[in-house]
Design a binder for this molecule. Structure first.
Ligand code: 5AD
Ligand code: FES
Length: 346
């Protein structure tokens, strides 16, 4: 079957065999990518119109007990100036964001045990109390099932935990021995079972990633049916063991965004900051390839440069208000409009 027929088949049947996934990813060319983008854009417009959902991210701590080989805030990076926001500072970011029209707040951090269950529940419930019309998304890494249940009870609606790779052997090459692929996968199924709108995802072009790995990622997501998918290119960070590894492919990232949209039509799919970093028009192109979410930063400018997962991250010098206005313009330039709403999965 030609690549185009595989794209059509995926569109009809919403799944492919392993061999078909491999062929699709290995053999697509620029015209196939344009074909997939157009189809994905049509699907996205049918469901969401030309509305783009925005989520304000508060990166509240860059302290992390983990040592992922790709990540700039890994614990062995001694060049990071570490910070923690107080509960009140986090709440202030959300209050400010509310004024700019954000109706989803994403609380993201390294795996930092300083924020215990009680403290996190307190922050979540206070955000919901101040802004009952808003959704709270957590992105705090691997926690116990009891923690996830407590956050959910406190009012958290969604949880982002990229699976990073569906291939256990590949996972071991990206993470130190003490980190477990099985545990990560268990976290994801716990989150779904508890009732979160759950997001998974992977980097495109991470070191040692093969076409087989990506095929497994697609097959995993096809079965897991996440409500959200975060994918962006791998970008090296100068203070990590992967500093000399090549960055991921911009085109392949766009192609796989389209393929995700075709496979899971109503998935919430951000055009990520990494996509905006690899190319100045990356987020616009992401939207034109089927993405429907943008996640600008709401963190205080004073800490933004300290939350560097990869080199050259965009928007680290801009105030939240500037980012908000900039995104409005960017989306309008391609005929889309930012929507002021929670933007839940339907
Ligand atoms: N390049 C691109 N993405 C990265 N992430 C972490 N480090 C990098 C990097 N060097 C992604 C991971 C993580 C998410 C928060 O950011 O996939 O889950
Ligand atoms: Fe931050 Fe454009 S989105 S400056």
């Amino acid at each position: 079957m030609a690549v185009r027929e595989l794209i059509d088949k995926l569109n009809c049947e919403k799944k492919l065999s392993h061999e078909e996934w491999v062929k699709l990813i290995k053999e697509y060319d620029e015209s196939d990518r344009a074909y997939a983008a157009e189809l994905a854009r049509c699907i996205s417009q049918e469901i969401f119109g030309r509305d783009i959902y925005i989520r304000g991210i508060v990166e509240f701590s860059n302290i992390c007990k983990n040592d992922c080989l790709y990540c700039g805030i890994r614990r062995s990076n001694g060049n990071v100036s570490r910070y923690r926001l107080t509960a009140e500072e986090i709440l202030q970011c959300c209050d400010e964001g509310y004024g700019y029209g954000f109706r989803t707040f994403v609380l993201q951090s390294g795996e930092d045990a300083f924020y215990d269950r009680e403290m996190l529940c307190g922050i979540v419930s206070e955000i919901k109390k101040r802004h009952p019309d808003c959704a709270v998304t957590l992105s705090l890494g691997e926690k116990s099932r009891e923690d996830y249940e407590a956050f959910f009870k406190a009012g958290a609606d969604r949880y982002l935990l990229r699976h990073e790779t569906a291939d256990e052997e590949h996972y071991k090459k990206l993470h130190p021995a003490e980190m477990s692929w099985k545990n990560r996968m268990e976290c994801l199924s716990d989150l779904k079972e508890i009732g979160y709108q759950t997001g998974c995802g992977m980097m495109i072009g991470s070191p040692y990633q093969t076409v087989e790995c990506l095929a497994e990622d697609m097959e995993f997501m096809c079965g897991f049916k996440p409500e959200m998918i975060g994918i962006g290119p791998f970008l090296p960070h100068k203070d990590t063991p992967f500093r000399s590894c090549p960055q991921g492919s911009y085109e392949l990232t766009l192609f796989l965004l389209s393929i995700c949209r075709i496979m899971l039509p109503d998935v919430l799919l951000p055009a990520t900051t990494a996509l905006g970093t690899i190319d100045p028009k990356g987020r616009e192109q992401g939207v034109l390839s089927g993405a429907n979410v943008i996640m600008p930063n709401l963190s205080p400018v004073a800490v933004r440069k300290k939350y560097m997962l990869y080199d050259n991250k965009i928007c680290t010098g801009d105030e939240s208000a500037q980012c908000r206005a900039c995104l409005e313009r960017r989306m309008e330039s391609i005929g889309y409009k930012i929507k002021i709403s929670r933007g839940d999965h339907r």
